[in-house]
Structure formats: structure tokens, C-alpha cells
Write a protein of this length. Sequence first.
Length: 625
Amino acid sequence: SGLLARYKYNDTFKKYEISDINTMTGNVGDVIVHNDMIYMCSPSGLYFISENSSNINYLNNWSTVSGLEAGTIINSFAVGDDKLYALSNNGLYSISDSIISKESVFENEVLYSGMFYNDKFYASLEQVDATVIKSVNKDLNGTPEIVFGTDETDSKNFRFRVLNNTIYFTSSSGYSYYDILTDTEGPENNFNTPKEKGIKKAIIDQESGNILYLTSNKFSYLRMSDNSFHEKMFSARGSATNIHANGDGLFICTWGAGVNYFEREDTEYVYKKKYSFGSAKGVSTRYPVHPGIAEDREGNIWITNWNDYRPDSVVTVLSAEGIVENSFAPDNFVIAYDIFVDYYKNQYWVWLGSSSQAFGQREGVGVGIYDGQSLPIKQLAISEGIIDILRDKQDIVWIATNNGIKYIDLGISQQGPTSLSLSNVNSIQLGPIGNVIFDVEVNSINEKWFATDKGVSVLSPDNFKWRHYVPKYFIESTPVTGEIIRTDLFDDVINDIVFDEKNGIAILSSSNGLTFLEYGKIFKTDKVSKGEIQTKPSPFINDGSSIMGFYFPEDGNSYDIANIFDLKGFLVRGGDGSKELDIQNGWDGRDNNGKIVSTGIYQVIVYNKNDNTKNIVGKIAVVRK
């Protein structure tokens, strides 16, 4: 915009505030403070002013640095040995107050970004259809040599930093790095950012192998094959609330514009039609609000109609071919926000969660059994806004609300929906890191993951232990039950969670992007025989820092502790008390004394903590590095 703003700290209100804005013409390319002077470059020239100046509002208050060749445009600044340099479209200049002089190195080359690090000066330059980084001795003597090159064509916006022999850089394809010593290039998955912020939900499209992500009005995808984001966003054709993939088709639920259906054609998603089943109650014009969507085991799509008016329905069922199969309008439950269709005890249980658009309280939870024709709903008038519902592998139904976590243990009730009442609804008193629960997901080892307004909370398979993933800047204001793990989260508010079970990755959606979080080292697969374990990787290269993972069979059991023995039968790792090995986090290749174990074959036995008759065994091949 051409504006340069200066912020000053207001000690009374303990915050930074804009003190003045320079409304100069032309875009500010770069700004730096050096030796108590502010230096600024723009297309109109190179300027400086005292940092103590009371007013930077007008360009007339600034002084011009003279000595630049005609047509010179300064792109950025760099500081080396307390000396200021300017990178320009015709080479490198050194600056001393108002005096500037041209360096002989990089003569007539277009320099965009640069920095001094250790004994070198690095600068990015534009070449034909590419951007390169050159380096030269920090005294600027000698001939610059190319260190790294990329096919990035937008050299002007290419920025980089050098640290520990690694070049970190931003470009149009995201954030990446180049290791100078090993000649290897990224990208860094956590920083290969989407093309639009404000991600509300993400899903894995098994058909295409893409991670689809949804913002307020658009959607796009990440290619899992190379961890790169698609170049453009697609219009959701409304205020988006939910996303669901079905074969080559994609459903986008909206708040007020129905359900928009797209189909994938090569690398693009093409709009095909809109489904519209209802309108907000009392609204004369059609205002179809469909926030909830689910798929049953037969491929039918279930869609909620929020607060609709007759003769439209609260729940509509589409066949796999997109034809309306059935619709239901229970009198006691019309504000259906979330829907969970569960095949439980050989019947379809349909769970409905009610809340406002801002997740305020409405009608609580509704549940009924679908018999192929009708869907009677039993209402449980929970006094919170219901955001998400899901059943785990131990028949506990978890309910995410705007005021904590609730659950119903179906194993205790042993009855159908009509017998359920508020007495069956329990609350988690201690546990989640945040109070607003935006999503609940269950992974293959029956861990319960909760997306909250302060991070992610995970409940162990046995429901006894918590761990919490929070941003590195997290401050614990009140005591929290369980382990706190500070990690590279983009935000504290997490909107959605989806699992890449094959690789043990949790994909977290938030305002500033997607975070890819390796959550454990246990993976369940039907390729492992009952009673056996396979290791990941095999052999395990034991370098003192790597963690070994395990494949467990899909046998319906939960395993949480392990003992590791050598071939002579001596216990190497595990045991009672502080020696107990929690297998959910894998094995670090060390014995009970913390010593790295030697090359060899080891035996692992994994148990269910509450029933040690349930156990599985396997062998581990270790190569000591």
C-alpha cells in the first residue's frame, strides 16, 4: 500500500500502538534501523531519518541518501560488521549516514535479498527463469560463487536466511530449505502453507490421495504424494461449513446456500449441482442451511437441515447415486447441526447434535434408530451447544460442546435410544486443555483426540491419561491434568483433526494453516497376523535419536505396555514402576539405564495393562550406528 507505520509501546495499557504513519508515495521495499537511524527504500529513492524523530509522517521530514547511479532501485538492506549495505538492481552499495558508495563485487547484478553469516555474504539474484543464491567472503573480496539455485521465477519476492549451513527460503511454492553440506532440499511440511488462511476443516480423499481443506468460502487440496499445495482455490459457492468426499464427488455444505456438489476432473474440481432441502424457520425466501453431513456403510449421504420449516425435513438421505432416498422431520428436534451415522449392534443409530452457528445452546442431542423407513428421535436436552459426536472402539459416545466434553457409555446402558436419558450423560471434569471443543476424533488405537480453543488434548485408549499439544508460546494459567507438549502449532485454536493412519500423522486445521503432527508410533493393520507384531522400520537403525514404531494386528484389543528382551532372555527395557515402557510412544533403542543397545535381535512382548493375558510378540532387528 506504500504505507510505513511506526508502533510505540503504551506503558499505561501495556500494548503497542501505531504512533505515526508515513503516507509516502510508492511501495516501501524494505526498512531497517541502524546506528539510531531509520533507513527506508522505495521506488522514489533511498531515505533516512533519526529514530528519535517525533514525526515520520511526511517524506519531507526524511533526508535523501545521495550518490546512487541513475535508475538505481534499492530492494533491501543487510548489515555486516556493523556496516550497512543496500542491495539494488545494479549491484551492492555501502552506506554511511548520508553517503553511499558502490562496491566492486556483484557489479551490475540485480540483487534482491542478502545477509551476512559467519565468514560469508549471501545474496539472491535473478537469472533466466530461476533464482540463485551466491556467496562471497564477508570482506567482499573475491568472485561470488553460486551456492544454490531454484526454478522460482518471482525473484523479487524470494527471501531467505542462512543458519547452521542451511538456507531457509520462502517462495511462491511455500517454505523450504537447502542443506549446503549435504546438498539436499526440503520442503518443510509444516511451512508449505495453503493458498488461503482460515482453514475450518480438512479431510483425506482416499480416491485421489489428496488432503482437501476448506476455508470460509473456498476449498483446495494438498497432494500427499509430494506434500505440495494445489495452485488455486475453488469457490465453495456459499458460506462453507462442512466438506465430504465420495468417490470422485465432493460435497460442500454451506450456511444458507445448500449443499454444492463438485466432481474431480484431472487436477480440477468442477461444480455440478446444488442440493437444497430446506430453509430457516420463518424465512419466506429459501435459505437452505445444511451444516451436517455423514456417510453410512452403504455409501448413502446423510444431510442435516438446520431449523427448517415444513414440509421440508430435518434429515435427508441421498443414495450413492445422488438420489433422495428418504427424509425425516421429527417434531421434537429441528435444529440439527451435527450428524453422526453409526452402525451399532447391527442397526443404524443416527445421532444429531444441536447448536447455533456460533455454537450456542439449542436442543441438545438427538438419537434414533433408522429401520429403513422411519427415524424416531429421542431428545436429550443437554444444556450446551453440541459441535461434534463420535463413538469410540469401547462403545463410548463422545460429545464435543462449547463448554467441555460429555460422554455416554453405551456398554453400561445396554439399551436402545428410547431408554437413554440425561442420567446417562456424563461430563469430563478434568482433562481438556481448552473449554470449547470443536472436534473429536478417534484413531486406530482408540485414542480420543479433541480439538480445542487452546490446543489439542488426547485421552489414552484406557481413558486414564491425558497429553496436550499446545503452541510453544503456551502459558499454563491453571493446572492441567496430564503431559503438556509444546510444539510447532500455527495457532492455539484448532478447528478440526483428521488422521493419516498409514503414516501416524494427525493433520490439524487452524486459522493460519495445516499442522502435520506425528502423534505416535503404533499403527494397526490387517496385514499383521493375529498375535504378532511387525516393526517399523526393520531393521531399526539405532543412532541414539530415532524412535522405532510398531504394526499391531487388527484384533480389537488395546495394547499399551511392553517388555523387550535379548536372545538370552534378559530384560533389556520395561518392567514395573518408573521402568514401565509405554509402547504408544515407540522405543528409542535404549535399555532401562538409558544406554543405547547393541546390534542384534531382540524380542518384544506387548500387553494390555489391565489384562496381561492379552499379549502379542515380535522380533526387533537392531543395527547400532
